[in-house]
Ligand binder design. Structure first.
Ligand code: FAD
Length: 523
């Protein structure tokens, strides 16, 4: 198949989704290609924090200011993806008190909305926090759902005429006469080869940006993936984001996300973003760090661990192995000046919180290079689904299930997912894998980690005639295998008992490992 576009954006994470929206809103015919599902890379393997900017105000007030501005914008344009939880930075007896003073200084420079409150007030609002809290700053941190954000941006882009091609892996970039002219892709579901003639190409493939740039002969784009490990606990132990008020370190933030809370993270330089280890030692480090902020944290059940890779472009100011102290600021590479390949830009670095600004900045560069005059329009118009301006609230599914309880069934008690939600999504996406459905429905993401709901969902997918038994079994096996990756590093205590129970049901009762399953299911 051969397609054509003014702009081809490579990568369907937050950055690429923001860019395709920005280009489409400026009137360009834009196509986004993503090798997996939307939000398949780092934008789903992150901590879930909508930064207030507080984390950066001491070391980099400029970055803090960008976060503060984008925080306010995203709360409006992605209202349905953001939970406005608020947040606290707090010190514990023995912490460096000067750091609290530096925080105040930096916050003023960055124009960050904040106020110092008493430890007693913190403990009133978040009673599980360490009673040895001393100084506390209240900030406007929030929680953001990375998937909801990328779908919102892409749905908005589609409304402006963009095309979104998921499961399309870029395998080559054609360069003719010193200009990047076409993108070659392979549809990973069907095997079809697709070539897209491109007026301009923007590489937003995050930690893979170096590999993608090399397809156009632009070598040595030095992306240093900084691996971070995170652990989800079975409940919301806090309802606001809580941060330690110290120099950024491992495991110093707990974020309440949907029905769970997440402690993170570490930061270790790795070579391959497709092979991210989950060392048990780092998981234990996270649990210890959580214990310091919320005594008793370890007694709560860890339900899942995962790792993501920060797409940091190498900065010569610090040593290459020190990823925590590299700038989180964005980097834009112009391959015309850098490599003699016109019509192609690469973007890296940044944060999910600043995705819209990153998209604006790189699209501005492209617009300049094309000699056009088309201003950015993304800061004011809400994406589809966020028009009412109401931020997400954790209890929304409870309210919805109360409303439809007489005509629908609940098939996931942890996440209050109903049968109709599942069958409707499957009907709209017959090619989806269970993981694709999970990303939209949170199937298997609650405390039982799919132990019950995945089996019910498999039965429904078959009984409603959508999937053959073979296909459904293969999909279930793949789903359970993928869930297992995040379970084994946390197997101890109550979680081990839960995993054993799930395993007895899956292997002992249903013998899922030995059922016939001939069809291949693409992740
Ligand atoms: C551990 C950790 C915690 C973080 N926590 C936070 C946080 O709490 N708040 C915050 O604001 N930021 C956070 N960040 C940063 C944030 O997650 C990232 O900056 C952001 O998600 C990067 O988005 P991206 O679109 O650039 O990259 P990605 O989301 O990785 O997207 C790149 C996409 O390119 C695709 N791709 C790669 N190769 C190809 C190819 N050949 N063809 C087609 N597609 C391809 C990939 O599949 C991927 O989906 C965190 C990062 C990490 C690692």
């Amino acid at each position: 198949m051969r397609l054509a576009a003014d702009v081809v954006v490579i990568g369907g994470g937050a950055t690429g989704s923001g860019i395709v929206r920005d280009c489409a809103m400026r009137g360009y015919k834009a196509i986004l290609v993503e090798r997996g599902d939307l939000g398949h890379g780092t934008s789903a393997r992150f901590h879930g924090l909508l930064h207030s900017g507080g984390r950066y105000v001491v070391a980099d007030p400029h970055s803090g200011a960008e976060c503060a501005e984008e925080n306010a914008i995203l709360k409006r344009i992605h209202a349905d993806a953001v939970e406005a939880t608020g947040g606290f930075f707090f010190q514990i007896e023995g912490d460096d008190e000067e750091f609290a003073d530096k925080f105040i200084e930096g916050a003023k420079i960055a124009n960050l909305p904040f106020q110092e409150i008493t430890a007693a007030e913190l403990l009133k609002r978040e009673p599980r926090c360490n009673p040895k809290a001393t100084r506390v700053m209240e900030v406007e941190d929030g929680t953001i759902d990375g998937w909801q954000l990328v779908w919102g941006a892409c749905r908005s882009a589609e409304a402006y005429g963009a095309q979104i091609l998921t499961y399309h892996q870029v395998t080559g970039i054609e360069v003719s006469g010193g200009r990047a002219s076409a993108v070659q892709c392979r549809n990973r579901k069907t095997g079809e080869e697709v070539v897209i003639d491109a007026g301009f190409i923007i590489n937003a493939s995050g930690p893979w940006a170096g590999q993608v740039a090399a397809l156009a002969g632009c070598h040595d784009v030095n992306v240093i993936p900084g691996r971070g490990v995170m652990v989800a606990m079975s409940h919301r132990l806090v309802n606001s984001v809580v941060n330690r008020l110290v120099k950024p370190a491992d495991g110093d933030i707990i974020v309440p996300v949907h029905t769970v809370c997440i402690i993170g993270t570490t930061d270790v330089k790795v070579d391959d973003p497709d092979n991210l280890e989950l060392p048990r030692s780092e998981v234990q480090k996270m649990l210890d760090a959580g214990e310091l902020m919320v005594p008793g944290f370890r007694e709560s059940r860890a339900v899942h661990a995962w790792a993501g890779a920060r797409p940091l472009i190498k900065d010569d100011r610090v040593s290459a192995s020190d990823t925590r102290h590299m700038s989180r600021g964005m980097a834009i590479l112009d391959h015309e000046t850098r490599d003699g390949v016109a019509g192609m830009l690469t973007i890296g670095g940044g944060k999910l919180t600043t995705y819209r600004l990153m998209a604006k900045n790189i699209t501005d560069v492209m617009v300049d290079k094309l000699g056009d005059d088309r201003p950015c329009l993304t800061a004011t118009e809400p994406v589809p689904g966020s028009e009412d301006g109401k931020n997400y609230h954790v209890s929304h599914r409870l309210r919805e299930r109360e409303e439809d309880r007489l005509e629908d069934q609940i098939i996931c008690e942890c996440e209050l997912m109903s049968r109709k939600m599942f069958t409707k999504l499957l009907q709209d996406n017959p090619e989806a894998s269970f993981d694709d459905l999970r990303r939209q429905l949170r199937l298997g993401m609650g405390p039982c980690q799919g132990g019950f709901c995945s089996l019910r969902a498999t039965g429904i997918a078959c009984s409603e005639g959508k999937w053959s038994a073979d296909h459904a079994t293969a999909a279930l096996r793949l789903f359970l295998k993928n869930r297992w990756i995040g379970l084994w590093p946390i197997l101890s205590g109550e979680q081990l008992r839960q995993a054993a129970l799930d395993n007895w049901i899956i292997s002992g009762t249903l013998n899922v490992d030995h059922l016939p399953a001939s069809e291949e299911v693409v992740l």
